[in-house]
Design a protein around this ligand. Structure first.
Ligand code: PMT
Length: 215
């Protein structure tokens, strides 16, 4: 199968030396890319800046901003059987990046931000993707309810939800604990390291893709 995985954070430039970003290390997405490649699938990893080692036998497309990730996904998703969105994409970006370093002038500084493109939300509509679509949901409250809303509004086959307020899992941690939210049921997986968890997630996603192909 052809599998697209997005991973890592995006960086939204404020000026030549500053950016808005988040704590995503890329570990979850890279572990998923590795799990599918290890099973012999063709993987394209579209990743924001991370310090993760690149898994073997994975095609790699580095990006920096949400807009670049959107463009890269739009270019490649058409030939994919499975698309998995593990990246922590910035929801807002500065209206414009200052060409020169912003100087300290007053006591306060206001940044004007604008929404970034919703890449996962473009998959079914703008990109016309008909394969198996897997989103993530990083939540700090109402985990299942919020993930179920994302599942429906973005046309996903599965949303992998993590409670990123829990210590020791989620962002920039070696372990994760997820709830698999399908249209007809939810399945909780126990906390484990991201490498082993990714193997279990790949199994569940391949099962979904096989079920879709049979229909
Ligand atoms: O990278 P690690 O340190 O290993 O951490 C893993 C993780 C916590 C980043 C990962 O498990 C995770 O939850 N990834 C999704 C993070 C996120 O941004 O979730 P969200 O609930 O804000 O977004 C929902 C979904 O929409 C995600 O699939 C996201 O990739 C996607 N999205 C969001 C915004 C946007 N503009 N475009 C998108 O495609």
């Amino acid at each position: 199968m052809n599998v697209l995985v997005t991973a890592g954070p995006t960086r939204e430039p404020i000026d030549p030396v500053r950016y808005l970003s988040n704590r995503s290390s890329g570990k979850m997405g890279y572990a998923l890319a590795h799990a599918f490649a290890h099973e012999g699938h063709r993987v394209l990893l579209i990743s924001g800046p991370t310090s993760q080692p690149l898994p073997d036998h994975v095609d790699y497309l580095p990006v920096t901003t949400a807009a670049e990730m959107h463009q890269a996904v739009s270019r490649h998703i058409g030939r994919m059987d499975i698309a998995i969105f593990a990246a922590a994409v910035a929801d807002y970006t500065p209206v414009h990046a200052e060409p020169q370093k912003i100087k300290k002038t007053g006591d306060r500084l206001t940044l004007e931000l604008v929404r970034t493109p919703d890449i996962l939300g473009s998959a079914r509509g703008a990109f016309g993707f008909t394969g198996t679509l897997v989103g993530f949901a990083a939540e700090t409250e109402a985990l299942e309810e919020n993930a179920r809303k994302k599942l429906a509004s973005k046309g996903c086959d599965l949303v992998i939800a993590n409670d990123v307020s829990k210590p020791g899992i989620g962002f920039d941690s070696d372990r994760n604990e997820v709830l698999l939210v399908y249209p007809d049921q939810s399945v909780a997986l126990p906390a484990e390291d991201k490498v082993h968890l990714a193997n279990h997630l790949a199994e569940a996603i391949l099962e979904l893709a096989a079920g879709k192909a049979d229909r």
